[in-house]
Ligand binder design. Structure first.
Ligand SMILES: Cc1cc2nc3c(=O)[nH]c(=O)nc-3n(C[C@H](O)[C@H](O)[C@H](O)COP(=O)(O)OP(=O)(O)OC[C@H]3O[C@@H](n4cnc5c(N)ncnc54)[C@H](O)[C@@H]3O)c2cc1C
Length: 293
C-alpha cells in the first residue's frame, strides 16, 4: 500500500514542486545522489568498487531534451575510467517520441563509450516501455555486443526474457515500478528472481546481480560456484548510498562490486522510488525534514 502511494507521489508534479524546492531535502538527496560526480567516482574507484553512472532524467517530452541528455552522457564519458559503465534510460533519450530516435541516441552513446573502454547498460522502466527496450537492445547488440539490459523479476515473463538473452550482459533486479500482472508479494518476486538467476548463471549471459537482499546475494554466490563461474564471470550491483558496508565487504573479498551512481538535478522520481522500496528510508527522510525545523 505504502509502496503504491509513494510510487504515485513519484509521478505527482505538485508533490515534486513542494519536495524538490525544500532546502530540507538536500541532506537526504545527498545520501542517494552524487553531488560531485567526478569526486564520487574517484572515491569509489579508490576503494576497489566499479561504477555504473546514471545521469538522472526520464520521460523527456521533446527532441531538444533528448538531445541534451545525449550530450550530457558524452560529457560524462570524459570523466569515467576504463571499465566503468553508464546506465541509460531510453525514455530520457526519446523512446516515448520514437523508437528510432531512442536507438540513434543510444547508438551514439555506445560508440563514444566503446572508444573509452566503457560499457552501456539500458535500464528497465515502466511496463509499457519494456517491448521498446528489448527491441532497441537487440538492434544495438548487432554493432555493440556488450550493451547490457535490465530484466525486472517482478514481470512474469522475466524468465523467458533471461532465456532469450544468451551471451548478453544482463542486470537482474526485482523491479522498481508497478505493472499490470506483475508479481506483488515479496515471496513471489524473490522466487522469480531466483528462477532468473539460475538461468543466467547456468547459461552464457554475463549476470549482473542487482540487489541488496542478503538472501538473494547468498543464493547468487552459491549458484556462481555451482555453475563454475569465477569472480570475473558475474558481478554484484548495488545503489549508491544503500548498504555501503556490504559493498566494501564484497569488494574486499575480491568480488566485482559495481555501484550504481546517479547524479544530476532531476533526482525527484529516483528518490521517491528509493523511499517506496523501504519504509525505513521513508522514516529517515521524514525525520530529517522534521529535525531540521
Ligand atoms: C544496481 C541497480 C540497478 C537497478 N536498476 C533498475 C532498473 O533498471 N529498473 C528497475 O525497475 N529497478 C532497478 N533497480 C531497483 C530494483 O528493482 C529494486 O527496486 C531495488 O534494488 C530494491 O530491491 P532489493 O533487491 O534491493 O530488495 P528489497 O526488497 O528492497 O530489500 C530486501 C532486503 O535487502 C536489504 N536492504 C534493502 N535496502 C537496504 C538498506 N537501505 N539498508 C540495509 N539493508 C537493506 C534488507 O535486508 C531488505 O529486507 C536497480 C537496483 C540496483 C541495485
Amino acid at each position: 500500500m505504502l509502496r503504491q502511494a509513494m510510487l504515485a507521489v513519484s509521478k505527482s508534479g505538485r508533490a515534486e514542486r513542494v519536495i524538490s524546492t525544500s532546502p530540507l531535502t538536500r541532506d537526504v538527496v545527498k545520501r542517494y545522489v552524487a553531488d560531485d560526480i567526478a569526486a564520487v567516482i574517484t572515491a569509489l574507484t579508490r576503494r576497489g568498487l566499479l561504477v555504473t553512472v546514471d545521469h538522472l532524467g526520464e520521460e523527456v517530452r521533446d527532441r531538444e531534451q533528448a538531445g541534451a541528455a545525449v550530450r550530457e552522457y558524452l560529457t560524462l564519458l570524459g570523466v569515467l575510467p576504463a571499465g566503468a559503465d553508464v546506465s541509460v534510460k531510453l525514455t530520457a533519450l526519446g523512446l516515448r517520441l520514437s523508437e528510432q530516435l531512442a536507438f540513434d541516441h543510444a547508438a551514439a552513446i555506445c560508440r563514444a563509450a566503446a572508444g573509452r573502454g566503457v560499457t552501456v547498460t539500458l535500464d528497465a522502466e515502466e511496463h509499457d516501455t519494456i517491448r521498446g527496450l528489448h527491441a532497441v537492445h537487440a538492434a544495438l547488440r548487432r554493432e555493440h555486443p556488450d550493451v547490457g539490459v535490465v530484466v525486472q523479476a517482478y514481470l512474469p515473463d522475466s524468465l523467458e526474457r533471461c532465456e532469450k538473452l544468451g551471451g548478453a550482459r544482463v542486470r537482474l533486479c526485482k523491479g522498481a515500478y508497478t505493472a499490470p500482472g506483475a508479481y506483488r508479494s515479496p515471496g513471489d518476486v524473490d522466487r522469480s528472481f531466483v528462477r532468473c538467476l539460475r538461468v543466467l548463471m547456468a547459461g552464457t549471459a554475463y549476470p549482473m546481480v542487482a540487489t541488496h537482499d542478503p538472501r538473494l546475494l547468498r543464493i547468487a554466490s552459491t549458484l556462481a560456484v555451482l555453475d563454475g563461474r569465477d569472480v570475473t564471470g558475474f558481478e554484484y550491483q548495488m545503489l549508491y548510498g544503500v548498504r555501503p558496508e556490504e559493498q566494501a565487504r564484497l569488494a574486499g573479498l575480491g568480488a566485482q562490486m559495481r555501484v550504481y551512481v546517479p547524479y544530476g538535478d532531476d533526482w525527484y522520481a529516483y528518490l521517491m522510488r528509493r523511499l517506496a522500496e523501504r519504509p525505513r528510508n521513508l522514516a529517515f527522510f521524514l525525520r530529517s525534514l522534521v529535525s531540521r525545523r
